[in-house]
Write a protein that binds this ligand. Sequence first.
Ligand SMILES: [Zn+2]
Length: 270
Amino acid sequence: MNKRDDFSQKTIDTLCERVEGKCSNPNCRRETKGPHSNSKKRVSIGEAAHITAAAEGGPRYNPDLTPGERSSIENGIWLCRSCARMIDSDERVYSVELLRMWKYAAEYEQSCIINQMDNWLKTNVVFENRKNIACRKAKEALDNLHGILQYACEYWKHNFENRYDGSFLENELMDHWVLYEADLKRIYTFQEKRMLLNDVLLEYSLDLGPEICQEINNYCNYLDFSYQSDICGLYDNYWRCFFEMLSTCFDILVGIKKKVDDILYQQYSV
Ligand SMILES: [Zn+2]
């Protein structure tokens, strides 16, 4: 059997106390110490786990360490028993770097509690999470709107662009309303998608920052167009004006969309 470089009892106790006996896995953080039903005993479901294995062949074993380094406090992390088993089940997921991060965060949290300081790490995590949610929501809403406009643009090119003539198109769209109804109704949902994007901007503008908000507003402003309607539909140039707007500015919209995507990718951090 390989020689094990185990921790001393003092190292084990110190690792435990540095996180006040709580498991260092940020997704667990359970208490590991408590009273036994026998008033002379206590229960412990925690252990000092090796970050790199105590013996050759173990998880994350590092042959370059000396036995002293392997059994030093720097190579230990306090975990509940279940998390200690878990980290040894898949060393690619539970890497040395990840375990060091867990240890650092757990000890930092305890240090903040004992020194009555704000935990900036936690505040930052909350902030990062909000920002990521905002980026994802903005990307999703803009993708949906842009997807419909792209569809409309291709629809226009395919059906009408080559035969374009203002009044002809109006008649064409009205005469063939039955034929095109499903497509035009689908395209008309761009209004709703535009409103959804606006809602995302209202809710997350602080997280997204002024640059993205301005670009998205700019994108939406290009979609404004005026048209005339007599309500009863005998003279209604909505679709002609819509397609004129789209064919004039679609290339600009593609450019703005790409710019927003680039900024969102830069800001998004996992
Ligand atoms: Zn745990």
